[in-house]
Design a protein around this ligand. Structure first.
Ligand SMILES: NC(=O)c1ccc[n+]([C@@H]2O[C@H](COP(=O)([O-])OP(=O)(O)OC[C@H]3O[C@@H](n4cnc5c(N)ncnc54)[C@H](O)[C@@H]3O)[C@@H](O)[C@H]2O)c1
Length: 437
């Protein structure tokens, strides 16, 4: 019997629809166009640059990931977007101020051709934004139907084989659990009744899944993390994944924390603060949107440290996360982490991390990788939560009852083993005793 999983070929064009055409989204579109023209390299992208070891170390089989599994070619990607502002991707990229104007100019026609469709928006969910490029409908079900029309039209217009949607829009306010989320019936009823518990992001996700389109959630909004969406995804055989791109400070956290735990070093406190001056920073300046981000950022340490199993080391970690909106910095976020640790006999030490990063430069390749892997998942008939993509997320989705894996190296191993599994290659356990027999 043949090993591995049947995967449909990546033939034809892949539509990548981005919800939100802001800093991250325009950096992805411009980046892909620059790479396609051979004017830049896709640094930071696992699908474009990453390799994967196969078989034994002595076999020397280490192909590129994109040669090992059938991923859509960058030349076959067509972008579309929705936004509450009508600016095309060229204007939006200029406003975002992530890339140098000289780089943006090199792909100006390509960017100008990405004109956002009208958004589904509700100011209740993003208090700091006001936009007029917004759809009107008599209720939330009708808005979802309008989005489904957009999806179908984009597919027909560009003769696309497949589509994926990635949420790159602003962070919505923190949502308490609501009974309308518990089943698809209750959710659809609430949509028709125009219930306030149904967030715009949920309407996009609903429209995507109903259209058979994979949906990846790059922000910390709950969105697809509810039973109704899991039910819908299963019903329509659609992969979903989330949430909140793991790009800067949290990426560092999931690098350092597993290392401290590996060394059996204790932690008494971890203080993380940021200054950030882009529109995302402005939205997160609203306490209700910040709450979504805070919950997502805070979840990481507990699951890595497992204080219940390691009480001597992590029973009392004081973990604090702050984000301050500071306009002069634009997209060039600066983060500081102070980690109070203790070693042998409880003697205290400190680690300071000062990361001068570029938020959207770190997030853009994540969007590309997610789009390509979600499309692969769809062609491999993988439906529901794609936990193997945890590597890309701050707050990885799992089935209820399973705790998420935050350790970045375990996440990467899981991702690569999933690819090996799909291709019928041996999983790599790193045991390696056979070399010494
Ligand atoms: N940059 C990173 O490193 C990073 C990391 C993790 C998560 N994120 C998240 O990614 C998202 C995008 O970040 P960004 O820096 O590009 O922000 P941004 O403010 O530059 O862009 C967001 C865009 O979404 C639009 N928008 C808001 N609500 C919308 C809706 N309902 N429908 C369509 N468009 C809508 C806004 O008008 C804006 O153009 C944010 O939620 C952010 O928290 C970013």
């Amino acid at each position: 019997m043949e090993k591995g999983v049947k995967i449909d070929e990546a033939k034809g064009k892949l539509g990548v629809m981005l919800v939100g055409l802001g800093a991250v989204a325009t950096t992805v579109v411009a980046g892909v166009e620059l790479v396609r023209k051979g004017l830049a390299k896709p640094i930071g992208s696992l699908t474009q640059l990453g390799t994967i070891r196969l078989g034994k170390r002595t076999e020397n089989r280490v192909p590129k990931i994109r040669e090992f599994v059938p991923l859509a070619d960058l030349n076959d990607i067509v972008f579309a977007a929705w936004d509450i502002f009508a600016d095309n991707a060229y204007e939006a990229a200029m406003t975002a101020g992530v890339l140098q104007p000289s780089d943006i100019e090199k792909v100006r026609p390509e960017l100008e051709s990405v004109k956002p469709m009208k958004a589904v928006f509700d100011k209740y969910y993003v208090k700091r934004l006001e936009g007029s490029h917004v759809k009107q409908g008599k209720n939330k079900m009708e808005l979802a139907e309008l989005l489904m029309k957009d999806i179908a039209q984009f597919k027909a217009e560009h003769k696309l084989e497949r589509i994926v949607i990635v949420w790159c829009a602003s962070t919505e306010i923190y949502e308490q659990h609501h009974p309308a989320y518990d089943s698809l019936d209750a959710f659809e009823k609430a949509m028709v009744e125009n219930h306030i518990a149904i967030a715009p992001s949920m309407i996009y996700a609903y429209a995507a899944i109903k259209s058979g389109v994979p949906f990846a959630n790059g922000a910390p909004n709950v969105t697809i993390d509810i039973p109704a969406m899991l039910e819908l995804a299963k019903q329509h055989n659609v992969p979903i994944s989330g949430k909140d791109f793991k790009s800067g400070q949290t990426f560092m956290k999931t690098l350092i924390a597993p290392g401290l735990k590996a060394k059996q070093l204790g932690v008494s406190g971890w203080f993380s603060t940021n200054i950030l001056g882009n529109r995302d920073g402005e939205v997160l300046d609203d306490p209700e949107s910040f709450k979504s981000k805070e919950v997502s950022k805070l979840s990481v340490l507990d699951t890595i440290f497992q204080p219940e199993l390691n009480p001597d080391l992590y029973a009392n970690v004081y973990h604090k996360v702050r984000i301050n909106y500071y306009p002069p910095r634009g997209d060039n976020k600066e983060s500081w982490d102070n980690i109070d640790i203790f070693g042998w006999l409880g003697y205290p030490m400190q680690i300071k991390i000062n990361f001068l990063c570029r938020d959207s430069i770190l997030a853009a390749p994540i969007v590309l990788d997610l789009a390509l892997f979600m499309d692969l998942a769809q062609r491999a008939n993988m439906k529901g939560i794609q936990e193997w993509l945890s590597f890309f997320y701050k707050s990885p989705m799992t089935l209820p009852g399973l705790y998420p894996e935050h350790d970045v190296f375990i996440q990467l191993m899981k991702l690569k083993n999933t690819l090996r599994f799909l291709r019928g290659e041996d999983l790599i356990t790193h045991l390696g005793l056979e070399y010494y027999d």
